[in-house]
Design a protein around this ligand. Structure first.
Ligand SMILES: [Zn+2]
Length: 408
């Protein structure tokens, strides 16, 4: 196969500084060389930047048919009521919703997903699709009452029977997602983590998303106790006295890889613990976080402590789209002092690390998969630095390459 020699105005390898007027050489499905300079056979991609394919570390594809986030955004428990209702109302099949989400993700430059699934469907659809992002599919388990434990354990064990696919062109791994402390019995939570540990599988859990969640654990009251009562599931004995958010975080350190989704209200204790637990990543979902009106997320403090921060869109139930590029533009606007390189790393390499795929993807490094997004930059005449050019409201993802082949 002939080597593809791609020339762009900028190349952002993520590992290493941005390169101006640079070349990426692709041999088969892999990156063969990355350097500043020219090549006589180069295909000139014009006023563009090449970046690694984006990694959306947290989404739920089954809500991809929603045109608008669900209301109300507050209180959070009312949003949960809306999402439970929406499961019954939609006329769009789950398959159709997931396919829409796969398509939207790819077009937005996302070549790797952390997907939360309530059935086997997304795993199968991702495997069967002609082109689809690499993925870790976490099977969601729900059950606050003791009566659900055995059934959920069985579902989880069955799901982990799906063997990881690790082919030349495609990677897909199964994992587990005990949903959240307010929706999973503490015993079930520990059993699922034990199961994942025994199988060497990754886990993703929604943790410390709201203050109400902390109130439930610490005082056994508040909006979640009310919601669980309404659903006929509330029994204050289920949560032992003195249980804290830390008690949900600590078991995750026994896994080879775990994602603490959101962590909006992680405090000093949790941050200190995460600092000593490099196998746990935190996934910050910027626009979803904004939609719910939380106080500022501690992501920058966490990064200063050496914690791996990946970026997710979460689902279309709390976000207008699944476009990770828009997520990065949002961060640029909200955090003008943060470097473009750091924001880009969170949306690429950090996500790949969180999903245990960083040896294969997440940066433009020789030997890694040639998964890239091509970014159309603002006019050549703009005298902007590489950083200001890349995460610019006038920049957009124009093409996507997976495994060395353009998919659009
Ligand atoms: Zn979520």
């Amino acid at each position: 196969m002939e080597r593809q020699i791609l020339k762009a105005r900028w190349v952002f390898p993520v590992e290493g500084p941005p390169l101006e007027r640079a070349i990426v050489e692709v041999e088969g499905s892999r990156i063969a060389a990355v350097y500043a300079g020219d090549h006589p056979r180069a295909m000139d991609l014009g006023n563009t930047a090449l970046i690694p394919g984006l990694v959306n570390a947290h989404t739920h594809l089954e809500f991809s048919h929603l045109r608008h986030p669900l209301a109300p955004a507050a209180p959070f428990t009312d949003w949960i009521r809306s999402i439970m209702q929406s499961r019954f109302e939609s006329s769009v099949s789950v398959e159709q919703r997931i396919l829409e989400g796969i398509k939207e993700s790819l077009e937005a430059g996302t070549t790797c997903l952390g997907e939360i699934a309530t059935s086997d469907e997304s795993l199968q659809l991702l495997q069967q699709a002609k082109s689809a992002p690499h993925a870790v599919v976490f099977r969601e388990c729900l059950g606050f009452s003791a009566g659900r434990i055995a059934e959920q354990e069985r579902i989880a064990a069955d799901f982990l029977e799906h063997l990881p696919v690790q082919e030349d062109l495609f990677r897909i791994h199964p994992g587990l997602s005990p949903h959240a402390p307010y929706s999973v019995h503490p015993d079930l939570y520990l059993k699922l983590i034990q199961l994942a540990r025994d199988q060497g599988s990754p886990v993703a859990v929604h943790l410390a998303e709201t203050r109400a969640e902390l109130e439930l654990l610490e005082h056994k009251q508040g909006p979640f106790a009310e919601l669980l009562t309404e659903l006929g599931l509330w029994d204050p004995q289920i949560l032992s006295d003195g249980v804290r958010m830390y008690d949900y975080l600590a078991p995750l350190s026994e896994l080879t890889s775990a994602l603490a989704i959101h962590g909006n209200y992680f405090g000093e204790t949790e941050i200190e613990f995460l600092q000593q637990s490099p196998q746990i990543s935190v996934v910050y979902c910027p626009r979803t976080h904004h939609y719910f009106g939380h106080p500022p997320h501690p992501w920058l403090e966490m990064i200063r402590h050496g914690i791996n921060i990946a970026i997710g869109t979460d689902s279309r139930a709390s976000n207008p789209d699944l476009n990770l590029w828009n997520e990065l533009l949002f961060l640029r606007e909200k955090f003008p002092a943060v470097s473009t390189e750091l924001i880009l790393e969170c949306g690429t390499l950090a996500g790949a690390r969180a999903l245990e795929m960083s040896e294969e993807l997440g940066s433009l490094a020789v030997g890694k998969r040639a998964d890239m997004a091509l970014i159309q930059l603002p006019d050549l005449s703009d005298r902007l630095s590489s950083s200001d050019l890349l995460l610019n409201s006038r920049s957009h993802v124009s093409r996507v390459m997976m495994n060395g082949g353009w998919i659009n």
